[in-house]
Design a protein around this ligand. Structure first.
Ligand code: DOR
Ligand code: ZN
Ligand code: ZN
Length: 377
């Protein structure tokens, strides 16, 4: 029995892309995966960049979601990178942070201004770090595998220059900077340094970045395509080390559902992202807890306690007087991941058929059982 798991990085796709996922199906996927609270990214259509949209998400979630849903507002209007979204108005009606996820705010001056606003409203920035000019149209990690497969590579610097830039901006503005889906050894070194310098930063890693290397792209399965891309063995080892050392505070899924047609095409043209809510628990247990990289307690901290701290919410512990958000897991149960059993509308996972251990048996939200014996109630 653990405190209800919290995922700070989820794409629910509603409104605009309901064929991939909805607030209802995404929340069901979360519940099956053991999550009782999820934060949803603003790259919907329209973008969550104003208070009306925030109210809309909250209302829909209240009516249709079976877990707690906390909206994240965008940093710029329409995520166009030109002018700031109305961060103050969104803060008034309740967002848990701001993010331009899917891309970076390329204009450093605008990003600094956003940080000053976020600081004023005591909101964290959830930062997608990627310089598009360095990505240069690449579709997987730059290196031998990319060369072998004839795919254009994305260099690690595409992530690292933005990580470094935004750490510097966070230092000067004092905002809390949360670095999303960190994937390279170099990024980790910058984060370590930032923490040593006392800068207010936290970082997340996604299960796919500790459970798979770039070699999984061999075969051109587009379910191995995401942003940032799967990296080298050395980077994957660094992610595990970062988790162990505590440089990485949080495990988040970046649950990014896509329709089969958006993946069933040439690798270069396929959409970025994988569904993650229903595989995070077994991948964490199998890849981190069983080999002794994290103790069970440290794993719970990264799946619940630290996310609650980032969001500044009274969750993430099993304590009297708290809302009963609870997850019950059988860490020993062995099975094969089956995408067709997912509650998510989308099945884009590179983990189909993988043997894992760790099964979510019960998810309890606000004292109500929403998953019973592994099945939605
Ligand atoms: O792989 C990704 N998919 N990375 C992102 O940053 C965006 C996400 C999406 O929205 O599909
Ligand atoms: Zn992202
Ligand atoms: Zn994302």
């Amino acid at each position: 029995m653990v405190p209800g798991l919290i995922d700070v990085h989820v794409h629910l796709r509603e409104p605009g892309f309901e064929y991939k996922e909805t607030i209802e199906t995404g929340s069901q996927s979360a519940a099956k995966g053991g999550f009782t609270t999820i934060c949803c990214m603003p790259n919907t259509k329209p973008v969550i960049d104003n208070e009306i949209m925030v109210e809309y998400i909250k209302l829909k979630a209240e009516r249709e979601a079976c877990v707690h849903v906390l909206p994240i507002g965008s940093i710029t209007k329409n995520q166009a990178g030109e002018e700031l979204a109305n961060i103050g108005k969104m803060a008034e009606v309740g967002i848990c942070g701001i993010s331009e996820d899917g891309k970076s705010v390329e204009n450093a001056g605008l990003m600094k201004k956003a940080m000053l606003y976020a600081k004023m409203f005591e909101l964290p920035i959830l930062d997608h770090c990627e310089d598009l000019n360095l990505v240069g149209g690449g579709s997987m990690n730059a290196g031998d595998t990319a060369a072998l497969l004839g795919l254009k590579g994305i260099p690690v610097e595409a992530e690292e220059v933005m990580i470094a830039r935004d750490i510097l901006l966070a230092e000067s503005t004092g905002v809390h900077l949360h670095l999303c889906h960190v994937s390279t050894k170099g990024s980790l070194d910058f984060i370590r340094l930032a923490k040593q310098r006392g800068i207010s930063v936290s970082a997340e890693v996604c299960p796919h970045h500790f459970a798979l290397t770039e070699e999984a792209v061999d075969g051109y399965d587009a379910n191995t395509k995401m942003s940032p891309p799967l990296r080298s063995k050395e980077d994957v080892e660094a992610m595990k080390q970062g988790l162990k050392e505590g440089i990485i505070d949080i495990i988040a899924t970046d649950h990014a559902p896509h329709h089969v047609d958006e993946k069933n095409c040439e690798y270069e043209k396929a959409a970025n992202g994988i569904v993650g809510l229903e595989t995070a628990v077994p991948l964490g247990i199998t890849e981190l807890v069983e080999p002794g990289i994290l103790t069970p307690m440290q794993w719970v901290e990264k799946m619940s306690t630290n996310p609650a701290k980032l969001l500044n919410i009274k969750k993430g512990t099993l304590q009297e007087d708290r809302i009963a958000d609870i997850t019950i897991i059988d860490p020993k149960q062995e099975y094969e991941i089956d995408v067709y059993s997912f509650a998510s509308k989308s099945k884009n996972s590179p983990f189909h058929g993988r043997k894992v251990r760790g099964k979510v048996l019960y998810t309890i939200v606000d004292g109500k059982i929403v998953v019973d014996q592994g099945e939605l109630v």
